[in-house]
Design a protein around this ligand. Structure first.
Ligand code: FE
Length: 234
């Protein structure tokens, strides 16, 4: 069956005028002493993506250099360290924090970042914010990088709005009854970032050291931050 799929893809790509890579064409020769097992064919999803990419490149619909740049950006340049830098700046600069909460996009642009319309929501001793995308997996990629698998799962997407306290308990974050939970449902046009509470015992720390304390999950709202001296947030 695998061989059939491989041959079918090769035939489809050849028919579309696409040069077929040797590994996809099955023409790769192994040395006589090459006796370890290989996975015969990549997963279906990878094959489908490769076939679509090859066709789109062949038809001139996408530029492979541009694709590589996008992939490199998300693999190496974008990640939770970006969001952490913004959080640390807000902790150390009340005026910046005020601007960040009032107009997220304008405030992150001050630090050289941009992206989809951003709203920053602040945790406090009385309010805990949780971000979800009930429809699919909308997420502030530009600030947090690639979303974790659980963020995209049906269980998280559905249960976060039905039973947010139960979900947070399962993340190891039991909230006191008096703490209000606010759940924010992201869309393709609107992304949320949680501004976690600054941990105690961090007075006098540099912005870089503060940023190192900030986790991805705290900026999604499924975690809070521990004091570097032990204990929890203020
Ligand atoms: Fe979505």
């Amino acid at each position: 069956m695998n061989t059939t799929r491989r041959e079918m893809l090769s035939a489809a790509l050849t028919a579309a005028g696409v040069a077929v890579a040797p590994d996809l064409a099955g023409a790769q020769e192994h040395a006589p002493d090459h006796d370890h097992d290989h996975q015969a064919v990549p997963p279906d999803s990878a094959l489908r993506v490769k076939a679509l990419e090859s066709l789109m490149v062949a038809k001139g619909l996408v530029d492979p250099v541009a694709l590589d740049a996008i992939i490199d950006n998300y693999e190496h340049k974008v990640g939770p360290h970006v969001g952490a830098r913004i959080v640390a700046r807000a902790w150390g600069d009340p005026e910046y924090k005020r601007r960040l909460l009032a107009d997220g996009n304008a405030a992150i642009a001050e630090l050289g970042y941009g992206g989809t319309h951003l709203v920053v929501v602040e945790n406090s001793p009385s309010v805990h914010n949780l971000v979800v995308c009930t429809l699919c997996s909308c997420y502030p990629w530009d600030l947090l990088g690639l979303p974790p698998q659980w963020y995209k799962s049906f269980a998280y997407r559905s249960r976060s709005v039905i039973d947010p306290r139960g979900v947070l308990r399962e993340f190891g974050l039991p909230l006191a009854d008096e703490v209000m939970v606010r759940v924010w449902d992201s869309t393709a046009d609107l992304r949320y970032l949680v501004l976690p509470e600054r941990p105690t015992g961090t007075d006098g720390m540099s912005e870089a050291d503060l940023a190192a304390l900030v986790t991805r999950d705290a900026m999604v709202g499924t975690a809070t931050l521990s004091s570097p001296r032990g204990g929890t947030h203020a």
